[in-house]
Design a protein around this ligand. Structure first.
Ligand code: NDP
Length: 298
């Protein structure tokens, strides 16, 4: 039987709706408007598109958007000074410094200069530590989006075998921590994993975050498993002379075996920005000692 398709685009729209409702309540009941500051250094075309989309969706949800575009040769000290100003600005509840930064900057130093309470990307070392010890933290947006989709699809995840392929700091590791927090039995696979197909075949949940087009074929998937494809890879289509986006799993063969699967595009991707907006509202509520929005946190 063919897998059900987990529609990330529709789910992200629902998340944005919840965010917008919470924002109007914050405004009406407390006179507070959540604000998100996005900092872009340089002119990387993909980053410019992301930043534009983030700004647009922030405003559409009723929040304030502050965009800071700095030239590519900005000294690191100037960027750190801007981060310090945003940390001190009470109208700013979330700060995101778009990565990658130019080579002359130390990304870790910049990220760790952000006030952890405003670190809506969840990359600050304090948030990494809080998540790793099961405490309340800001959770990285992509794994948070994956978790929300898994909860919606499966309800309780307790006791399920989860395999995360990829161990990056921004996706694989936080994803594994979140699944552990849901009481899954978690395996993290990576480029040195032995017999990856067998490891993946044991999984009730597969999260692929590798960056290799269509690497996971259907015969690695346990029948009925839930497959979350984080990968975004652009490949050539020789027949048309054009390109198209594919994930890290081979969608056609995996969809024959899985119970549910996210498509690429239209799966994890749209959830990432939706979760950034969710994190901004959460940060705003925490900053003001107010109840956090239900269903928008880990
Ligand atoms: P990284 O390159 O940082 O990490 C890739 C991971 O995959 C590494 O841990 C690497 O292992 C592992 N890996 C590489 N080759 C293999 C292999 N043959 N078998 C098993 N594991 C392997 O990537 P990211 O985590 O940043 O991103 C992963 C994918 O997700 C990319 O396609 C990216 O574009 C996409 N992405 C999508 C987002 C979204 O919003 N949808 C957001 C972020 C990323 P090792 O550590 O041993 O090298």
């Amino acid at each position: 039987m063919a897998a059900s398709i987990i529609d990330g685009k529709a789910f992200a729209a629902k998340v944005r709706e919840k965010v917008a409702e919470h924002v109007s309540r914050l405004k009406a009941d407390h006179g507070i408007t959540p604000g998100l500051a996005v900092v872009l250094v340089g002119e990387d075309p993909a980053s410019q598109v992301y930043v534009r989309n983030k700004g647009k969706q922030t405003v559409e949800c009723g929040m304030q958007s502050f965009e800071h575009k700095l030239p590519v040769d900005t000294p690191e000290a100037d960027l750190l000074a801007l981060v310090a100003r945003l940390n001190a600005d009470p109208a700013v509840h979330g700060i995101l410094v778009q990565l990658p930064l130019p080579a002359h900057m130390n990304a870790d130093a910049v990220i760790n200069a952000i006030d952890p309470a405003k670190d809506v990307d969840g990359f600050h070392i304090s948030n990494v530590g809080l998540l790793g010890t099961g405490q309340k933290s800001m959770v990285p947006c992509t794994p948070l989006g994956c978790l929300m989709m898994l909860r919606e699809q499966l309800g309780s995840l307790s006791g399920l075998n989860a395999v995360v392929i990829g161990r990056s700091n921004i996706v694989g590791k936080p994803m594994a921590q979140l699944l552990l927090g849901e009481s899954c039995t978690v395996t993290i696979a990576h480029s040195r994993t032995k017999d990856l197909p067998e490891v993946v075949r044991r999984a009730d949940i597969v999260v692929a975050a590798v960056g290799r087009p269509q690497m996971v074929p259907g015969d690695w998937i346990k029948p009925g498993a839930t497959v979350i494809d984080v990968g975004i890879n652009r490949i050539d289509v020789p027949e048309t002379g054009k390109t198209r986006l594919v994930g890290d799993v081979d969608y056609d063969s995996c969809a024959q075996v899985a119970g549910a699967i996210t498509p690429v595009p239209g799966g994890v991707g749209p959830m990432t920005i939706a979760c950034l907006l969710a994190n901004t509202v959460t940060a705003c509520c925490r900053a003001n000692g107010l109840a956090e929005p239900e269903g928008l946190t880990a």
